[in-house]
Design a protein around this ligand. Sequence first.
Ligand code: TPP
Ligand code: MG
Length: 401
Amino acid sequence: MAPEAPVTATLPAPIYGAWMMHTEGRMPRRKSYEAKIDFLQILDENGKLDARLAKDTLTDEQVVASYEQMWICREYDETAFKLQRSGRMGTYPQNKGQEAAAIGSALAMKKGADWLVPCYRENAALFMHGLPMHYILLHWMGDERGNQVPEGVNQTPISIPIGTHMLHATGIAWAMKLRGDEDSAVITYFGDGATSEGDFHGAMNFASTLQVPCVFMCQNNQWAISVPRSEQMRSPTVAQKAIAYEMPTIQVDGNDIFAVYKAVKDARDRAVDGGGPSFIEAVTYRLGDHTTADDARRYRDQAELDSWLEKDPIIRIRKYLESKDLWSEKDQKKLGERAKKIVAEVVKTAEGIEDPTTDDIFNYTFAGLCDELETQRETLRTNSLGQFPEQAGLRGRAERV
Ligand SMILES: Cc1ncc(C[n+]2csc(CCOP(=O)(O)OP(=O)(O)O)c2C)c(N)n1
Ligand SMILES: [Mg+2]
């Protein structure tokens, strides 16, 4: 039987050449597959817009509102950092520098219809789709109530295990397809490092094979804790990993809100039209440490950080707005004050909530408790930590387990 596809792959010269050494003159030279990765930028580093590419993307009003959101989220991020440093909160991963990727993508998804399946570095997207801002602080304060996403807000709790949530995203999108939902899709966020996980490949393979409405949104911030992208993978782009799953894939300037919006909007449109999943690599940079438990100065060059500080998405969008007379010093002053007030209020709400009980450890993870977990909960209530269960009359139960 004739093969369905020709047999020679188009590979970069060194890889292709290795094969040709053995096959030249004997094997048919046909292409079995050819691919390229596009890179999309619409707003450049100096705040200059390509008006042709920007057509049908964001209105002036949306850009102003996005800038305000980015600013408020940066204020939130810096405040969260200080809360940790002053002992009022646990570990926190700063989102600093990735605000355009979060907001541009969230704007392109449909609030109330779509589902967001996040990692931990896209707070702005979650807020935009209705998560009360104090929830993220509660999470990092170790309060399980921060993970109890309110009814009607279509998002899963932030995922600290790297990669596991992408499987959930594929599953949710598959459910949408099986139910025949007509105008909904899923977006899942993850980092460059996450694409080395088996769960990533499982999620991508199922999503592609089942053609589910899912947008895979990789925030390539160049680092996975202290591992640079170049040591994390050999491929020059992350986007090309999607080619193995026959997904439409693109690399975008992740600090350019227009490019991110356009790529995600196209991917969502395709998903709801039955075109299956897509992959987007947003090229961005982690301007902060990995988390507050990290000190990136130990492994990262200051010069590299400095070069990315110049590409800060907030500075870029402000330059653009000022060039179009859509933003003034006065607007900035007002926004600065508003952001401080909003964030102070959020901190007050998070810190003002009554202390959680030990029961909360069990309250938000399982629909029901099995015997063993119930025993653990009861034991914790006695404060005996299980060493002396007879103190609380739990001997019978403990023996049963
Ligand atoms: C399954 C799993 N393995 C390891 C870790 C420890 N860990 C936390 S963050 C991280 C790096 C993730 O890098 P990346 O996916 O690029 O996301 P970023 O933090 O850069 O946003 C690792 C290895 C984890 N949380 N979960
Ligand atoms: Mg990363």
